[in-house]
Design a protein around this ligand. Structure first.
Ligand code: VG1
Ligand code: CO
Length: 582
């Protein structure tokens, strides 16, 4: 029988969960008691019945330190009276799969999970000198709301002891099966399982796999999926190759690795280099014909990048296009959409679709946790963020593989009559251009300045806020910078009142709104682990269908100029160029 020990500890500074949990360097997490303090603070923030006697999930993207963390959290769960811990084989479970497991999985004895520790730093690099992360998801499958994360943080500042069962043996997480133990309060089980079973079942209940299979096995269609060595690889082979008949050679980097093969597991044009080359968007001019469709995922597989042949789909367009086509193409949505939502910095492409289709529409702060309340209340079916996050109310996280299946469904629907004959396929690019012709185009780009001095970043933001008090001064400045840019008509810091529970979130990004519908948004990232990251979001709407075919960076050049000079980017940060442009 295992025992329970009470260990004395002292608080660590800076354990405040950010946009999506606590993310720090692995070396920070490896300090004695660091992880323990955060886990105990989380247990203490939850209602007793969600800990004592409960079933919780512990898993993640498999990054370095995950295996150690699983053992530590399991021993602490046992000591805190948890009845059962569910672990993905080899500690692997994508963030969307965790959400699905919380919502859908029923254990052999009828048990259901009340929440999950997700071990991931998402799109941040992994390895002994890189990042680790942890976040807690609730019984609805979604990230803990601010009320809970605030309580976790406040607990971390006063913690003096934690509970752990040190004599509970390490569990072999490489093999599927249940290990049963007995403790002072009765039995304690650890069940290791392969979450792809639950996840694939859910995907099959949403999409028409037969229709997608016809597309993927058509000799006219070619496909490529890059997991960037993240956890998506654990699902990709089964879904795309075994279920849907894609060729095995269409999978790139689909073996999950603790350090993501040394790469940056962020699916964008900068970091998904291999895929970008293969899709004909790279610098090398290969004469191999690129595939019709390409996609990539981030470390924990909740993000997606969608590419056509030599064509990039912006995430803001992607969610708008999925929303516009969902009812016809995806069985799950056949009876209509309950509403749609986007994060504030995401372009207004979705707004135009909502207006045209007469759908309820919501604009929420950055981060997935704000979508969950709307979905739980039956107000939102499809949502997305500019940061390569797209999803629906099938779970309460964004879902990278879901987004790929959504796009394949749209392609399958549009091509259902021309897969066999000599007709040309409707391509990803055709779909996007058609969408722009119908709804207009939102030119969009994001500039990221990573790892800048935190003090300088704060000052830059404070200056942008203080300038908002005089728009006439702002407009004078803008006229000096670029006379071809329209006037700022409103400027504020975005504030969100949750329509379901009335909670208010302030300081969610600095906005400058222009007369012609253009927008500049400035935010500090809440997911980095060192220094500060400044994000600048630049958007311009073009309704005239004869002008929607321009190069995006060309079209946005005047606004970019204004954004950088107005914010005095170089003056404050010393940077003459951003780290990443998406
Ligand atoms: C970033 C993105 C945000 C996203 C968050 C989590 O946050 O901007 O849209 O929800 O990452 O994504 P921030 O605060 O750094 O801008 V990730 O894939 O955890 O999965
Ligand atoms: Co992620």
């Amino acid at each position: 029988m295992f025992t329970v020990t009470k260990k004395a500890t002292t608080p660590f500074e800076g354990q405040k969960p950010g946009t999506s949990g606590l993310r720090k360097k692995v070396t920070v997490f490896q300090q004695p008691n660091y992880l323990h303090n955060f886990v105990q603070s989380t247990f203490n923030a939850l209602p007793a019945e969600e800990v004592r006697g409960a079933t919780i999930v512990v898993s993640g993207d498999g990054r370095y330190f995950s295996k150690d963390a699983v053992q530590i959290i399991t021993k602490m769960a046992a000591a805190n009276g948890v009845r059962r811990v569910w672990v993905g084989q080899n500690s692997l479970m994508s963030t969307p799969a965790v959400s699905a497991v919380i919502r859908e999985r029923i254990g052999e004895d009828g048990s259901k999970a009340s929440g999950a520790f997700i071990l991931t730093a998402s799109h941040n690099p992994g390895g002994p000198t890189e990042d680790f992360g942890i976040k807690y998801n609730m019984g609805n499958g979604g990230p803990a709301p601010e009320s809970v994360t605030d309580k976790i943080f406040s607990n971390t500042t006063t913690i003096s002891e934690y509970l752990i069962s040190e004599d509970l043996p390490d569990v072999d997480i490489s093999a599927v099966g249940v290990s049963s133990f007995s403790g002072p309060e009765g039995p304690f089980d650890v069940e290791v399982f392969d979450s792809s079973v639950d996840y694939i079942k859910l995907m099959k209940s949403i999409f028409d796999f037969e229709a997608i299979k016809k597309l993927l096995t058509s000799p006219k269609f070619t496909f490529c999926y890059d997991a960037l060595h993240g956890v998506a690889g654990a699902y990709a082979k089964q879904i795309f190759v075994e279920e849907l008949g894609a060729d095995e050679s269409s999978l790139l980097n689909c073996v999950p690795k603790e350090d993501f093969g040394g790469g940056h597991p962020d699916p964008n044009l900068t970091y998904a280099k291999e895929l970008v080359e293969r899709m004909g968007l790279g610098k090398s001019s290969s004469n191999i014909e690129p595939p019709e469709f390409g996609a990539a995922a981030d470390g924990d597989a909740d993000r997606n990048m969608i590419l056509g042949k030599r064509f990039f789909v912006t995430p803001s367009d992607s969610v708008a296009i999925i929303a516009a086509n969902a009812v016809q193409s995806i069985p799950y949505f056949a009876s209509g959409l309950k509403g749609v939502a986007r994060s504030m910095p995401t372009s207004a492409a979705l707004d135009v679709v909502a207006k045209n289709l007469n759908l309820k529409f919501f604009e929420v702060p950055t981060g997935w946790k704000f979508f969950g309340n709307l979905m739980d209340a039956g107000m939102c079916s499809v949502c997305g963020e500019e940061s390569f996050g797209t999803g629906s109310d099938h779970i309460r996280e964004k879902d990278g593989i879901w987004a790929v299946l959504a796009w394949l469904s749209i392609l399958a629907f549009k091509n259902k009559d021309n897969l066999g004959g000599g007709d040309k396929l409707v391509s990803v690019e055709d779909i996007v251009r058609q969408h722009w012709a119908t709804y207009g185009r939102h030119y969009y780009t994001r500039y990221d300045y990573e790892n800048v001095d935190a003090g300088a970043a704060k000052e830059l933001m404070a200056n942008l806020v203080s300038m908002q008090s005089s728009l006439s001064d702002v407009n004078k400045l803008i006229k000096e910078i670029r006379s071809d840019v329209s006037e700022v008509v409103a400027a504020d810091e975005f504030e969100y009142k949750d329509p379901v529970d009335g909670s208010v979130s302030k300081h969610q990004g600095i906005r400058y709104l222009f007369g012609d519908g253009s927008r500049l948004v400035f935010r500090l990232s809440g997911t980095g682990s060192v220094g500060a990251t400044i994000r600048v979001y630049i958007e311009q709407y073009e309704k005239d269908s004869s002008k929607t075919g321009r190069d995006s960076q060309d079209a946005l050049a005047p606004l970019v100029d204004v954004a950088l000079k107005l914010s005095k980017m170089q003056e404050y940060t010393g940077r003459s160029a951003p780290t990443v442009i998406t």
